[in-house]
Ligand binder design. Structure first.
Ligand code: COA
Length: 148
């Protein structure tokens, strides 16, 4: 069974390692080695703790952490699922969790900045393209989904 709970500081090393594995094993198909190296250097356990203080961060847990996502109002951040657990519904579960919270707060739409690698995932969940943007971490798609 997969449960969703708030991120705790003690999760930071596991979450950081999961993100780095996603970057090296999944996102590396779509981004240069230079960008992947910079992103891996960015997502340290310390940085995760800082981000969790700025945003509402969640983890999906089975026997251990298998996914994470964060939101700031209606904005989605740091959506990552353990590579061996990908494709089993964890990402959809986490997104549903934060979409429900954002809708309850009265937001009319959810907005995400997606990697090339996750673009099809967000489209599958009902998100549509708004624009593309060039970030320090390469090309991102901005997508939105109505919440009502
Ligand atoms: C993208 C990611 C978050 C998706 O999480 P996931 O748990 O594998 O997704 P789910 O299993 O919940 O999939 C939900 C639906 O999206 C589809 N889907 C998942 N990843 C997809 C992809 N990359 N392209 C197209 N469709 C995808 C699934 O087939 C599923 O469809 P269905 O419910 O109709 O069968 C995950 O694969 C990941 O961490 N990728 C690497 C890191 C990354 O790029 N994160 C996003 C940063 S913006």
């Amino acid at each position: 069974m997969t449960t969703v709970r708030r991120f705790e500081v003690g999760d930071a090393p596991v979450v950081a390692e999961m993100i780095r594995r996603c970057l090296r094993e999944v996102n590396s198909r779509d981004y240069s080695a230079d960008i992947i190296d910079r992103m891996c250097a960015h997502f340290t356990a310390e940085r995760i703790v800082e981000l969790a203080a700025e945003r509402e961060m969640f983890v999906a847990s089975q026997d251990g952490v298998v996914g994470t996502v964060a939101r700031d109002g209606n904005k989605v951040y740091t959506m990552f699922v353990l590579p061996e657990t990908a494709g089993t519904g964890v990402g959809r579960l986490l997104m549903g969790h934060i979409e429900t919270l954002a809708a309850a707060d009265g937001h009319e739409f959810m907005e995400t900045g997606s990697s090339i690698s996750a673009h099809g995932f967000y489209q599958r969940l009902g998100y549509t393209d708004v624009r593309t943007t060039d970030t320090d971490f390469g090309l991102n798609y901005i997508l939105r989904k109505p919440l009502r």
